[in-house]
Ligand binder design. Structure first.
Ligand SMILES: Cc1cc2nc3c(=O)[nH]c(=O)nc-3n(C[C@H](O)[C@H](O)[C@H](O)COP(=O)(O)OP(=O)(O)OC[C@H]3O[C@@H](n4cnc5c(N)ncnc54)[C@H](O)[C@@H]3O)c2cc1C
Length: 426
């Protein structure tokens, strides 16, 4: 075959379509039973496929920008629409399938691959790539599973491994698009990095990104499941601001989730603290001076009297949030709203500070920070600078983006570049 692609995720599917459109005979392998399994669950099942606003990438940001200069967001949209996927743009440039379903994007990509005659080998895990005089040989473990419809009385259970065999495939060029280490339930557990490190490529240290921050702060008690909006700042032990993020905050028993917190995870370091300004959620406006706003609450609730603190936030925060804020400020609900207590409460609303003990692990992360060193690949073609004919694309590489469609967009764009390239061409 001409082109063998390892991994049928967003990057692998885009590479397969682009290579087949230029006339290659293409085979795509995926270790999962179903191709594009992860794409189907992205964006809470809605599939935030790309983003039309400013680029927000980390890791090798320069490389990411070069890729997206070659294949712009408009070209990614054109590609998706050429696969029959109609798109709709929402706030902050986020683009979803108009049908609001990630599964229609899966269907569109699979349909286009079928139209172009791309062969998909599922349950096929690439173990090793060996460069040959011409092209490459790839050793693959093929697993046969018992079908899901198997009778209950059968000897094997549904989904059980029935057999495994080894195949060696040959191809003129190989595109490795096997994802990172995040979300192992979707086939990506970091084991595929060795396909490239085994050929001399460098792996930059990896860590979970876009996942919840962990905290053992007592103030979290009773807040699990409560959502607010806030501006969050992650601050290092020496006082450096590691990163700032604004958006949804979702409390959990063991920490803080929601987009604003998840976007901070890749910046976590031991000893850091999280500073949360939750005033926007309570006051409805980001500009209100919190002390003035609290004074107006006192006047509204108490008239000429100083009301108990416990009555001040009724109607603007869930009772559990009210209780947590008072607790964090060292106040009790029955205490009167004296100027000093109001100052402490106001300070807590704009700067609720928690220790952050770590982040959730890869199994609960959406993306991997770190990965294969980008400078060993040409951002115009995704071809290895070490081994001609070898390519990498997508989350495998040391590029990760914020929530908002950036990760899928980089995967599609880099996959398209790799798929389109003809060896020897610039
Ligand atoms: C729950 C969740 C929600 C997300 N939501 C969004 C979102 O809305 N927008 C966004 O931009 N990003 C989102 N992401 C991130 C995004 O899905 C990934 O960054 C993106 O899918 C990466 O694409 P990829 O093709 O590089 O890798 P993947 O999509 O991870 O695909 C890699 C494929 O390679 C296969 N594979 C791995 N090793 C081998 C091997 N040795 N042999 C054969 N096959 C192999 C895997 O089975 C997998 O199918 C989300 C992630 C998760 C987990």
């Amino acid at each position: 075959m001409d082109t063998l692609i390892i991994g049928c995720g967003a990057a692998g599917a885009a590479a397969a379509i682009a290579a087949a459109e230029r006339g290659d005979r293409v085979t795509v392998l995926d270790r999962n039973r179903k191709p594009l399994k992860k794409l189907g669950v992205t964006g809470n099942g809605r599939g935030n496929l790309m983003n039309n606003s400013d680029q927000r990438y980390y890791g090798d940001t320069g490389f990411a920008c070069q890729v997206l200069e070659k294949v712009t967001p408009a070209s990614v949209a054109y590609f998706l629409e050429s696969c029959g996927i109609t798109l709709a743009e929402e706030e902050e440039g986020r683009v979803y399938p108009a049908a609001n379903l990630a599964s229609v994007a899966v269907d569109g990509l699979l349909h286009r691959m079928a139209q172009l005659g791309v062969e998909i080998l599922s349950c096929a895990c690439a173990e090793q790539i060996v460069p040959q005089e011409k092209g490459f040989s790839v050793t693959v473990t093929v697993t046969e599973y018992a079908p899901d419809q198997i009778k209950a009385s059968g000897k094997v259970k549904k989904g059980e491994v029935i057999s495994q065999s080894t195949r060696v495939l040959h191809a003129d060029r190989v595109i490795v698009a096997a994802g990172g280490a995040a979300a192992p339930a979707h086939g990506t557990d970091g084991s595929a990095y060795s396909l490239l490190t085994g050929l001399g490529h460098t792996l930059r240290p990896v860590k979970p990104a876009l996942c919840a921050l962990l905290s053992d702060a007592k103030v979290l008690k009773g807040l699990s499941g409560k959502r607010l909006r806030g501006t969050l700042q992650l601050v290092a032990a020496d006082g450096r601001t590691l990163h700032t993020s604004t958006g949804e905050v979702l409390f959990a028993d063991d920490g803080i989730s929601g987009i604003a917190a998840m976007q901070l995870a890749r910046f976590w370091e031991p000893g850091c603290t999280l500073h949360m300004d939750l005033s926007r959620s309570l006051t409805g406006s980001g500009e209100t001076q919190i002390t003035g706003w609290l004074d107006s609450r006192v006047a509204r609730v108490g008239g000429m009297e100083l009301p108990p603190l416990g009555e001040l936030l009724v109607g603007c925060a869930h009772p559990a949030v009210q209780a947590a804020l008072l607790r964090a400020a060292g106040l009790r609900a029955e205490e009167t709203a004296s100027p000093d207590r109001l100052r402490r409460l106001g300070q807590t609303i704009v700067d609720l500070t928690l220790p952050v003990t770590g982040t959730r692990d890869f199994d609960q992360a959406q993306v991997t920070a770190g990965g294969i060193l980008c400078s060993e690949f040409d951002p115009a073609t995704m071809e290895s600078r070490l081994i001609p004919g070898l390519y990498a694309a997508g989350e495998m590489l040391d590029v990760d983006g914020d929530c908002g469609g950036y990760n899928l967009m980089f995967a599609f764009a880099s996959g398209l570049l790799a798929g389109r390239h003809r060896q020897g061409e610039k």
